[in-house]
Design a protein around this ligand. Structure first.
Ligand code: NAG
Ligand code: NAG
Ligand code: NAG
Ligand code: NAG
Length: 431
């Protein structure tokens, strides 16, 4: 796996005319007597350069991966009552994927602060989320499948174990602040929709981002973090709704980015747009951030303007025309990959997804994205790895029919999609 990759890197460096020196570092590394530290996976910290993400050697890269939720009621990564962490990560690896978008809730960090800096145990987390009887039952299943854990293992120790396995299997870790209160996301009336909404306290948010960015310093595979998943109009809080605009968005993004960068200057920082992160047009086109007149400028992120990546979500699952869908994506943010953008960025589609049945993947939406994203060399993480959730919207052991995996996370839910499209999409993105 590793050698052809290194050879490809040499070829790219040579083509890019970056000089013999850089190429020889890679060659030495390839021959096993080079500067191991310098070129060791993931060879971060990453930076951005126009539309590309570059590793510490200047080689461009992108992500092809999937979402592994850890932000719901229990606030640990899902699926561990059915499979070991190593089994789940191996499944991701078998697709050739190189990235996981690992989601977390701010509430997890709030509870650490509320508990005098001490993290919550798995026993407490499961009982809190599933009730006494089921909480203990599922906890015991988790421990049976993952004997490194016990009832007093903490939530962050579970994240640490997931991160360690992802690192071992060389899968980039992208942390994503998915929500404030740990629960299924997202709606305009869930209290988590926008800064100032019922559960979405801005101070708790920056504190949580800083805490996780700092904590993840101990994860070698940690390379990036998303400041907030799917900002959206808060329909149940008038005070929060009053700031639902691009001008306030900019204030919050600068605050969040600063919190992350101060805590840990290494990771890339992903920015999500309004309306469930479906568009970033004013940022890309450099137009006024309404209702104000200020425009987006990387100079407003002093010392880390070269860390910013745009993430876009798309769920136009009913699309009937691939050209129309592509036009929408271009207008909504993918223009940032082109020199016509006022502000160029790497762009990642960190969420798209659809029912994992026998045929949906053959439709316009799924097949369009399967060709469009690799053709743009845009990164992506499909929603969602999970075959089921500990609990979702009050229902325990909730079956996820959009999950790549089946209910007990043992096999692909739609082998037709995996073999007919997803494997090729990964390959075409990373080749
Ligand atoms: C790196 O950049 C080159 C163009 O400079 C492009 O052809 C190649 O696909 C990029 N690699 C990745 C992994 O995106
Ligand atoms: C429980 O597991 C954690 C790691 O997950 C470990 O640090 C701790 O020592 C274990 N406790 C017991 C009582 O085995
Ligand atoms: C903020 O965190 C504190 C604990 O430090 C918690 O008591 C409070 O409920 C949190 N605020 C929100 C809105 O969740
Ligand atoms: C947010 O939480 C902080 C403490 O974490 C508190 O001081 C502040 O008043 C809260 N803000 C709102 C709007 O509730």
């Amino acid at each position: 796996m590793h050698s052809p990759n290194m050879k490809l890197r040499i070829a790219i460096l040579a083509l890019a005319g970056l000089g013999a020196a850089a190429a020889s570092i890679q060659t030495e590394q390839n021959e096993g007597h080079g500067i191991a530290q310098r070129a060791a996976w993931p060879n971060g910290p990453f930076v951005t350069d126009g539309r590309w993400i570059r590793d510490a050697s200047g080689v461009n890269l992108t992500y092809a991966g999937t979402n592994w939720p850890g932000h719901a009621d229990v606030m640990i990564p899902e699926g561990l009552q059915y499979q070991s962490i190593a089994t789940i990560v191996s499944k991701v690896k078998s697709l050739g994927m190189n990235a996981i978008r690992l989601t977390f809730a701010i509430q997890m960090v709030d509870e650490i602060y509320a508990n005098s800096g001490k993290d919550i145990t798995l026993e407490k987390a499961f009982v809190q989320a599933l009730g006494q009887a089921n909480g203990i039952k599922i906890l015991n299943q988790v421990i049976a499948k993952n004997p490194i854990f016990n009832a007093s293992t903490t939530r962050l120790q579970v994240f640490d174990a997931v991160a360690a396995e992802l690192t071992k299997q060389q899968i980039y870790i992208h942390l994503d602040n998915h929500i404030s209160k740990g629960m299924w996301c997202c709606s305009t009336d869930d209290g988590n929709s926008w800064w100032g909404d019922k559960y979405f306290n801005t101070t708790n948010w920056t504190r949580g981002l800083a805490y996780m960015a700092d904590h993840a310093k101990s994860w070698p595979g940690f390379v990036s973090i998303g400041l907030r998943n799917e900002p959206r109009e808060p329909t149940t809080s008038a005070t929060s709704k009053a700031t639902y605009n691009w001008q306030s968005w900019y204030t919050f993004m600068k605050r969040g980015a600063e919190a992350v960068h101060t805590a840990n200057p290494a990771p890339l920082i992903f920015l999500s747009g309004l309306s469930y992160d479906t568009y970033m047009t004013p940022v890309v086109q450099g137009t006024a951030l309404s209702p104000g007149t200020e425009k987006f400028s990387k100079a407003d992120f002093p010392g880390y303007g070269n860390k910013l990546v745009i993430e876009i979500h798309n769920y136009e699952t009913g699309a009937t025309s691939c050209p129309n869908l592509q036009n929408n994506l271009y207008k909504n943010g993918f223009q940032a990959l082109t020199p016509s953008a006022a502000n160029m960025f790497p762009v990642m589609m960190t969420e798209f997804g659809f029912a994992m049945d026998a045929s949906t993947w053959k439709g316009v939406y799924a097949s369009c994205l399967a060709t469009y994203l690799p053709a743009q060399k845009a990164g992506w993480t499909i929603w969602v790895l999970a075959g089921s959730y500990y609990i979702r919207s009050g229902k325990q052991d909730y079956d996820e029919d959009w999950g790549l995996l089946n209910h007990d996370w043992s096999a692909w839910r739609s082998p037709g999609y995996i073999n007919g499209a997803l494997l090729g999409m990964v390959k075409n993105t990373l080749s």
